[in-house]
Write a protein of this length. Structure first.
Length: 323
């Protein structure tokens, strides 16, 4: 059932993606704000309570509905519920239009528009970025977005679904990433200041939740790309920055396609859509300078990884049916 759920959700998301400002994401923002407002009292215990309600509450609700449908109605409706949850949490179209717009602007030679689109997407000061740096940042942001919206979600979904927990893993992963980013954003904008303890809890929990998925994504990129170079980049990154999951993903990407990633930081102001790759330190050997011609290379890497995941899911599903 996992294979069908993922396949249908991906096809639906490609055909009719959720638009910006949709009611699902709006409800999530309202819920996360409510949890912070009512439980954040400046202590670690209160921070964990807020995180538990913000992330654990929806995850448990999704799990409860899945169990009730499976037990009292039947697996077809449980499958539909899994597809609906994955549709809201999984997919490329939630971020890919940024990549497409910037790529088209660079292809047309309009670097000023590309800088503006990149600045609007990630809330960074891109006014003085040269062409190669624009390309580098677009690649980094896009790769991390693919990890967080697709491969990380797939990892947690598949692991928990194997234990009969349905789509709860997908919700757990996406909400863990969202609350860490959103609470920091709200604190910076001063509309709803968050305590340092709450922000620390959000970042700590996200680091734990993303540790395994980031390394699975790195391995996946290595398998479909240049394996030896990707693993070498990952190893060097782990030796110097062992707690940086974003760096692991980017280091593996750099080696898999032989592109130089990582570079000087640029001013950034976190927004609810920002991945903040400008502060990711990388320990990598010199590689090719990022160019527009590398965009289809990155797209190919990501889609080969998706195909590999789907083949593995299909084989696992077949083995379970035959077993």
């Amino acid at each position: 059932m996992s294979f069908l759920s993922v396949l249908i959700a991906l096809l639906l998301e490609q055909a009719r993606p959720l638009g910006p400002g949709n009611s699902i994401h709006h409800s999530i923002r309202v819920w996360v704000r409510w949890c912070a407002k009512n439980f954040d009292a400046g202590k670690s215990s209160h921070g964990w309570l807020a995180w538990g309600f913000a992330v654990g509450g929806p995850s448990l609700l999704v799990l409860l509905i899945y169990w009730l449908l499976q037990v009292f109605v039947g697996w077809p409706l449980a499958l539909i519920w899994s597809v609906a949850v994955l549709y809201a949490t999984l997919g490329f179209r939630q971020f890919s239009f940024h990549f497409t717009q910037i790529r088209d602007a660079l292809t047309d030679g309009d670097e000023e528009l590309a800088r503006q689109l990149l600045a609007d997407w990630q809330q960074i000061d891109a006014r003085d970025l040269p062409r190669s740096e624009i390309v580098r940042h677009v690649i980094e942001h896009s790769v991390l977005a693919a990890h967080r919206h697709v491969f990380g979600v797939l990892t947690w979904y598949c692991v928990l679904a194997a234990f009969g927990l349905g789509p709860a893993g997908a919700v757990l992963y996406r909400l863990s990433e969202f609350v860490a980013r959103y609470w920091q954003h709200k604190s910076k904008t001063q509309h709803q200041p968050m305590s340092d303890a709450l922000q620390h809890i959000g970042k700590t929990a996200w680091a734990v939740v993303d540790w395994v998925p980031a390394r699975i994504t790195a391995v996946s990129f290595a398998v479909v790309g240049s394996f030896e170079d990707a693993i070498d980049g990952w190893r060097n990154q782990e030796l110097r920055f062992s707690d940086d999951s974003d760096g692991v993903v980017l280091a593996a990407t750099s080696g898999a396609v032989n592109i130089q990633l990582g570079g000087p930081t640029i001013p950034t102001s976190l927004q609810p859509t920002s991945t903040d790759t400008s502060s990711v330190p990388l320990a990598l050997p010199p590689r090719q300078t990022p160019e527009i011609a590398h965009f289809p290379v990155i797209v190919g890497l990501v889609w080969r990884t998706v195909v590999m995941w789907m083949v593995l899911l299909a084989l696992l599903t077949l083995a379970r049916l035959l077993g």
